[in-house]
Design a protein around this ligand. Structure first.
Ligand SMILES: [Zn+2]
Length: 158
């Protein structure tokens, strides 16, 4: 089988940030990278799960809700996939993640969808860790722009 596009990006060349993974017609997939790939520190599964619930809830209630296709965790536990329609610009995607992660950092309420009826593993959550784990990406996104969404931008600098 052919190696899929996302495995062809050199994962040793970039760190925490947001990147366009692929564009399929009018659908854009972003890699929302919260820790450095193969950096030895990964987001724990309970934290990733809590961030998933809060990130998805925030995105689907935001001003961009009609453009959100999917929000979900990476199996490598280094971040999230955000899939949008292309009527949402790269700057919009950066703004959304910044707002969603700020929302999570300050969240002190019941985790949405956290019951046996609504979730497949509702006991496996960790809000305290989630609130801390969103901070490194939030910091990086303070000074982020559309140009930096391109993996090539980072390949040439590292
Ligand atoms: Zn769940």
């Amino acid at each position: 089988m052919e190696k899929i596009a996302s495995f062809q990006v050199d994962h040793t060349k970039f760190g925490v940030g947001m990147y366009i993974s692929r564009v399929d017609g009018d659908i854009v997939t972003y890699d929302v990278r919260m820790v450095k790939p193969n950096g030895g520190v990964y987001v724990s599964n309970p934290s990733l799960h809590t961030i998933e619930h809060l990130f998805a809830t925030f995105a689907r209630n935001s001003r961009f809700k009609d453009s959100i296709i999917y929000v979900g965790p990476m199996g490598c536990r280094t971040g999230f996939y955000l899939i949008t329609r292309d009527d949402m610009s790269g700057a919009d995607a950066i703004a959304l993640v910044r707002e969603a992660y700020s929302f999570i950092a300050d969240y002190n309420d019941a985790i949405p969808g956290c019951t046996a009826v609504e979730c497949g593993n509702y006991l496996e959550h960790d809000l305290d860790s989630a609130k801390k784990d969103v901070l490194p990406l939030l910091k990086v996104l303070e000074n982020y722009n559309e140009e930096m969404l391109d993996y090539a931008y980072h390949m040439s600098r590292n």
